[in-house]
Design a protein around this ligand. Sequence first.
Ligand SMILES: [Zn+2]
Ligand SMILES: [Zn+2]
Length: 260
Amino acid sequence: MVMFLTDSHAHIDYDSYDTDRDEMLGRAQSTGVQRILNIALGPESEKFEKAFSLFELSKDISIAVGVHPHDAGKMDEDAYNKFKAYAARSGVSALGEIGLDYYYENSPREAQVKWFGRFLDLALELKLPVTIHSRDAFDDTYEAVSKRDIFRKVGGVLHCFTGTAEEAKKFLDLGAYISFSGIITFKKAEELRQTAKSVPIEKMLIETDAPFLTPDPYRGKRNEPAYVLRVAETIAALKGLSVEEVAKITSENAARLFRF
Ligand SMILES: [Zn+2]
Ligand SMILES: [Zn+2]
């Protein structure tokens, strides 16, 4: 069976790849990564412009546009209108990442909640699926997504999921996909592996979140999409499936959600 991996969440427009982006993409390809969703983050226009200029014409790399909850404090109406114009461009596969991060709380909670709500409403308006970042913010995330029925209306994924099996179940019941990153390979992540075991493979995505969260045994190095194989291997061991099966099913899930 040919390997068909999808890295459903990576930031490969980041400056850290500027010197070797083609080599990095070559390594992804030779590992079997046939599709990458690049998460372009603003709100600065230059950042969106860079992502579009790099990947707009690529058939193997799709683009999502978002504003990380860390940067919610930078948002205003002017930034929102610019953001909306990027999100509405043809070829954009998803809105995100958007969400809430109360662990770092780099932006005030009120600003995070306000803009997360505005972005979810925009996803409904543009009929785009969402990729959601939620850290130490289960209750507020759940409220925002459930009251809009966002997963049933446009589809969406909790990216880099680090919650409990119970929390995963609550999102799954709303129709969400759950995505696991390289964190699942970490020695101390036994509880997260149990969570992953509880999530049906048909509702699971895999990702690197590169350049962050490098999986074992590459920790300490810059992360890159080729290492999504380590996530697939870990899921395969947990589920008693072959790596090829995990790759194929999670790729089909991503294609269904993001309409690749
Ligand atoms: Zn994130
Ligand atoms: Zn990310």
